[in-house]
Design a protein around this ligand. Structure first.
Ligand code: PLP
Length: 814
């Protein structure tokens, strides 16, 4: 048996388990890594440690699979173009209860587990929140003992690595697979052909699609370990091979490139993740990627079902397919195609099976992020799917007609956008083909009903439901913040790790000064550690006694890093004008990637750097204010930054952030939130209470109202002295003397349209920041608020979220 529970609860005595692991590592190092102990380098020991752990994981993995077969359990299939996993070693060790034993075993050979962990590259197969949600869900599915597969793409390069050159973002390929990946298993027996293009011939009343080109999808599996090793599920990522990797005749004739063309075309499919999470990539390659992984996954699901249950008509009893946003929405047409063309069901029967199997999660209402494809492109690449979509559409429109809907409603419901260039609407396809359509926070779900899906909601009024997002407390509390975890265990026991709702026991201790001090000590230690790391990364020295004020997330205008930066400039101005006041020392930490084609987002990164340089080198602020932009924000950085944050910036324009999950991670680690009434912030406020969060700004309703009634940002800016001074300082080049007009356009945009209501919310935000200062000056009060946050956000565990999906959508839990 291995140790159960976290390393912190295990006495530090050496044990038989440790000796066994210590011997195993040496054995593995020799036999599988091919190195002698004396010659082995740190990365060899890292690999040996993973293989040793993996052996233990594999036993549970096979056991889990066998259990599902024996009980004929219904499986959940989570289809996602993104899985933002981060590192796996610490997660798997901890969930297997092996952390302490591994630590001791490595120490025995003169290695430090924490140092070796740093050698593991982040699996960055996602952009941000949506991909990280998929990763948290995989962990919770295993922890709740639900049989599940995650399906996605094994990107060779994934999300780009961000370098900051002279303040500008530069995108570099992430080479996470360069030294192999000890976690994965290629499954050559699970390979499928994926077609594109070609034509359709009718055989009787059955259509047969003859694709013009094909690639082979091959499964690569990674085990996902649940809490306490209860279950190990599979993350199945698809890689692409050419059917005919080399045309020898062409090669021998000297045309080497043409000979390898198919191979190149196949590998380009799985090369990179589109680095845009909320703008349509628009490229054919993106549509090819979506169909590639969706088709492979649906073929795999049907193959497994038929193998064990024979009849495709019982699919909904054995399989629940969840679409993470519209990227896999073509699943609706693909499942219909396979059920009708291959398995011979008639259209009605296939439609019934499809809709009872598929469910869809919507992640955004931003119009530019609602996927649609030009009809000619879709038809050329997927001609058979286009026919099926027309057939589905005529059925849906018939139902709308029967329900007495008018022309405008019918046009809004249609799967084809007929306005201007005809396009296929993926959200409408997903909505029509699913029995459940969920939003990811209460406000977002309400807005789905009243805005983008208003007409579809009228036609199918029971389909939309809410599943507020969550995060796994194992990664986002226990593993990233072992110091805090130890204190919480002392205070309330360790059941909160398996059931985060148990954190509420802390409420009884919220005013306990001794606990407050211990929590503050851990926070300070985390800040010292982060400061040291940021000193290495950026050269900037930070005072761990200052308030660490953090905004880390994708850079996007709706997330309003600009509001924070302008407020930083206003604060800087005030500190210089009134140095005698009792200012709270602050460190402003920013981090995040901008989509490579998103000009303003990249300019905002540059602005953060320009503001940082000026403020950090100004002796007149006397160290009261420091600004730092952390390059290459990713999961591993988040795990360092979040436990060290005092203040969590969640300041999106109300109505635009579907949920947010960063907000949950910060609160769970005892940061107070400054935020708008947007996404899950609202539900966080309801749980932690008004005294333990700082809310400001327009509500979603007020934003809509102002936009409708002719919002005049120029008047607002001219009416606010602080705002006007800050905006004109930035616009006139105070922070960019090398290029004084650099921000003239960005600031001009605020005067002219300010779609994201930065000006409208500025005064309220500025006042809220001074409220934060006041609360900080009462340290005992701040500590109580921090504990109240930890105590009351257990509900935002992804275990709770997955429990709701399981019971209310998938029908897999009682
Ligand atoms: C949680 C997380 C996100 C999502 O953050 P939001 O603030 O909700 O946008 C993005 N990136 C990483 C690396 C994360 O861990």
């Amino acid at each position: 048996m291995f140790y159960q529970g976290s390393p912190l609860s295990v006495p530090s005595t050496r044990s038989a388990e440790f000796t066994q692991i210590s011997d195993r590592i040496v054995e593995v190092l020799r036999r599988r890594v091919g190195k002698d102990e004396r010659a082995a380098k740190p990365h060899d020991w890292y690999t040996a440690a993973v293989y040793t752990l993996r052996d233990a994981v594999i036993d549970r993995w096979m056991d889990s699979t066998r259990r599902t077969y024996e009980t004929k359990g219904k499986r959940v299939y989570y289809l996602s173009l993104e899985f933002l996993i981060g590192r796996l070693l610490r997660d798997a060790l901890s969930n297997m209860g092996m952390t302490r034993a591994m630590e001791q075993a490595l120490a025995d050979h003169g290695f430090d587990l924490a140092t070796l962990e740093e050698l593991e590259p982040d699996a960055a197969l996602g952009n941000g929140g949506l991909g990280r949600l998929a990763a948290c869900f995989m962990e919770s599915l295993a922890s709740l003992d639900i049989p599940a597969y995650g399906y996605g793409i094994r990107y060779v390069n994934g999300m780009f690595r961000q370098r900051i050159d002279d303040g500008w973002q530069v995108e570099l390929p992430e080479t996470w697979l360069a030294h192999g990946n000890p976690w994965e298993f290629e499954r050559r027996e699970s390979a499928y052909r994926i077609g594109f293009g070609g034509d359709i011939v009718m055989q009787g009343d059955r259509a047969q699609w003859n694709p013009g080109e094909q690639v082979e999808a091959v499964a690569v599996d990674t085990p996902v370990v649940g809490w306490r090793g209860k279950r190990v599920n599979t993350l199945r990522l698809w890689t692409a091979n050419a059917i005919d990797p080399i045309k020898l005749d062409a090669f021998n004739a000297g045309d080497h490139f043409a000979a390898l063309e198919d191979d190149l075309r196949a590998s380009s499919l799985v090369r990179v993740l589109y680095p845009a999470d909320s703008s349509p990539a628009g490229q054919e390659l993106r549509l090819r990627q979506e169909y590639f992984f969706t088709s492979a996954s649906i073929q795999d699901i049907l193959r497994r079902h038929v193998q064990f249950h024979d009849d495709v008509r019982t699919l909904p009893d054995q399989a629940a397919i969840q679409l993470n946003d519209t990227h896999p929405a073509v699943a609706v047409a693909e499942l219909m195609r396979l059920l009708t063309d291959v398995h011979g069901l008639d259209f009605d029967e296939a439609w019934d099976v499809t809709r009872r199997t598929i469910a869809y999660t919507n992640h955004t209402l931003l119009p530019e992020a609602l996927e649609s494809w030009p009809l000619p492109l879709f038809e050329r690449l997927l001609p058979r799917h286009m026919q099926i979509i027309y057939a589905i559409n005529s059925r849906v429109l018939r139902e709308a007609g029967k329900a007495g809907m008018d022309g405008a409603a019918i046009a809004a419901i249609s799967l084809i956008d007929e306005g201007g260039e005809r396009r296929v609407r993926m959200a409408n396809l997903a909505f029509a083909g699913a029995h459940s359509v969920n939003g990811v926070a209460a406000l977002h779900t309400d807005l789905m009903k009243s805005t983008v899906f208003a007409d579809l909601h009228k036609l199918y009024p029971t389909r939309i439901n809410n599943k507020t997002n969550g995060v796994t407390p194992r990664r986002w509390l226990q593993q990233c913040n072992p110091g805090l975890t130890a204190i919480l265990k002392d205070a309330i026991g360790d059941t909160f790790l398996g059931d985060a709702a148990e954190l509420s026991a802390l409420n009884a201790l919220a005013g306990d000064a001794a606990l407050g001090e211990r929590v503050a000590e851990v926070k300070r230690a985390n800040k010292v550690a982060l400061a040291a790391h940021l000193k290495d990364l950026t050269g900037i020295r930070l005072d761990p006694d200052a308030l660490f004020d953090v905004q880390v997330k994708r850079i996007h205008e709706y997330k309003r890093q600009l509001l924070n930066l302008i407020e930083t400039v206003a604060l800087y101005d005030q500190i210089r004008s009134h140095p005698e006041r009792n200012w709270v020392p602050r460190v402003k930490i920013f981090g995040g990637k901008a989509a490579s084609s998103y000009h303003n987002a990249k300019l905002i990164i540059k602005l953060a750097g320009d503001i940082a340089r000026r403020i950090n080198s100004d002796p007149s602020v006397g160290g009261l204010l420091k600004v730092v932009f952390v390059p290459n924000y990713n999961v591993s950085l988040a795990e360092r930054i979040i436990p060290a944050a005092d203040l969590s910036e969640q300041i999106s324009t109300a109505g635009m952030e579907a949920s947010g999950t960063g907000n949950m991670k910060f609160a769970l680690n005892g940061a107070l939130t400054i935020g708008t009434l947007d996404g899950a912030n609202i539900e966080i406020k309801d749980r932690v209470g008004d005294d333990n969060i700082v809310i400001f700004g327009l509500t979603a309703e007020e934003v809509a109202e102002q936009r409708a009634n002719g919002y005049n940002p120029r008047a607002v800016i001219e009416g606010s002295r602080e705002l006007q001074q800050a905006v004109s300082a930035i616009a006139s080049g105070v922070f960019s003397p090398d290029d004084p007009h650099r921000y003239a356009g960005l600031m001009g945009g605020l005067y002219d349209h300010d779609w994201f209501m930065v000006a409208a919310d500025f005064d309220s935000y500025h006042a809220a920041q001074r409220e934060v200062d006041r609360r900080w000056q009462d340290q005992p009060g701040w500590r109580t608020s921090a504990i109240r946050n930890i105590a009351n956000v257990g509900w935002f565990s992804s275990d709770r979220t997955i429990g709701e999906y399981a019971r209310e959508i998938w029908g897999v839990l009682k």
